[in-house]
Design a protein around this ligand. Structure first.
Ligand code: PAF
Length: 280
């Protein structure tokens, strides 16, 4: 049976008890409205830990003023059942007051320079500060040995890895593979904002990523591939924030560079902003 914990003292007592028994603790932070992608992270964490804690907290500090914080879908019953099915031992449900005891305005904030400033960081100013601010608190609350984050948020994973190294958190970070719908759309809580007309079009993002990979592999110059991807998405009805090819650290690769790369897209379909990526 999954145990739901809402008080920090109770969480600490449970985790300390496990640690006294010599058990390794895994952690999967989430904002709820869970889907197969989240559950795959719980199962991944389980492979590296004896017990798994997952948190559900819709974090106000990572949403911009015009973003979807208030309408972000909240589905606590389904989340609890799903987490239990995936093998999660404890569901940690902090309140806003316990997460930010001095209030959001006075919260100590974490900024990871460089990797936080580009792509998502440029289009959503302050977003990664909010993510790092809450993940730091969650790490201090849960004190896991290992934590899993999805690769759909490729840049978030890079930011978290840099933060963990820089701040010397004794936590192993795992990246979980992207889980997709049958037409290739990456699973995301935001997919449910798509209208019935928009939903089939959303698969174009994955097709564009595959086309970017193939064009880059055939030797076409990077900037040409990126421009063609943006055009293709615009023709399909997207408002494109970026369609780019980067190194895994998100710096710009030189033409002809052979090392591993990643194609990343962020684009809006109607009111829904979607992101996806493909490593190659
Ligand atoms: O990826 C998410 O769902 C969130 O950014 C996270 C890591 C749970 C922090 O709020």
């Amino acid at each position: 049976m999954i145990e739901t914990i809402t008080e920090l003292d109770a969480l600490r007592a449970r985790v300390n008890g496990w640690k006294r028994e010599g058990l390794r603790v895994g952690f999967v932070p989430t904002m709820g409205n869970l889907h197969a992608g989240h559950y795959s992270l719980v199962m991944l964490a389980r492979q590296y830990a004896d017990r798994v804690v997952s948190s559900v907290f819709v974090n106000p500090t990572q949403f911009g003023p015009n973003e979807d914080f208030t309408r972000y879908p909240r589905t606590p019953e389904a989340d609890t059942t799903g987490l239990e099915g995936a093998g999660c031992d404890v569901l940690w449900l902090p309140t806003v007051e316990s997460m930010y005891p001095f209030g959001v305005e006075l919260a100590a904030r974490i900024n990871v320079p460089g990797v936080s400033g580009v792509l998502e960081g440029a289009h959503r100013p302050g977003h990664f500060d909010g993510v790092c601010t809450v993940v730091t608190r969650l790490f201090n609350q849960v004190q896991p040995d290992v934590a899993a984050f999805g690769k759909k948020d490729f840049q978030q994973l890079a930011v978290i890895r840099q933060m963990v190294t820089d701040l010397a958190f004794p936590i192993e970070i795992l990246g979980g593979s992207i889980v997709r719908e049958s037409d290739g759309l990456a699973m995301s809580s935001r997919n449910q904002y798509l209208s019935a007309d928009e939903r089939p079009l959303a698969a174009e993002i994955r097709k564009t990523l595959l086309a970017m990979r193939d064009a880059a592999a055939s030797g076409r110059p990077r900037q040409e591939v990126e421009a063609e991807a943006s055009r293709r998405l615009a023709v399909a009805g997207f408002a494109v924030d970026y369609a780019v090819i980067r190194r895994p650290d998100l710096s710009e690769p030189a033409d002809g560079e052979k090392s591993g790369k990643v194609a990343l897209i962020a684009a809006k379909l109607g009111k829904t902003r979607l992101i996806d990526n493909l490593e190659f």
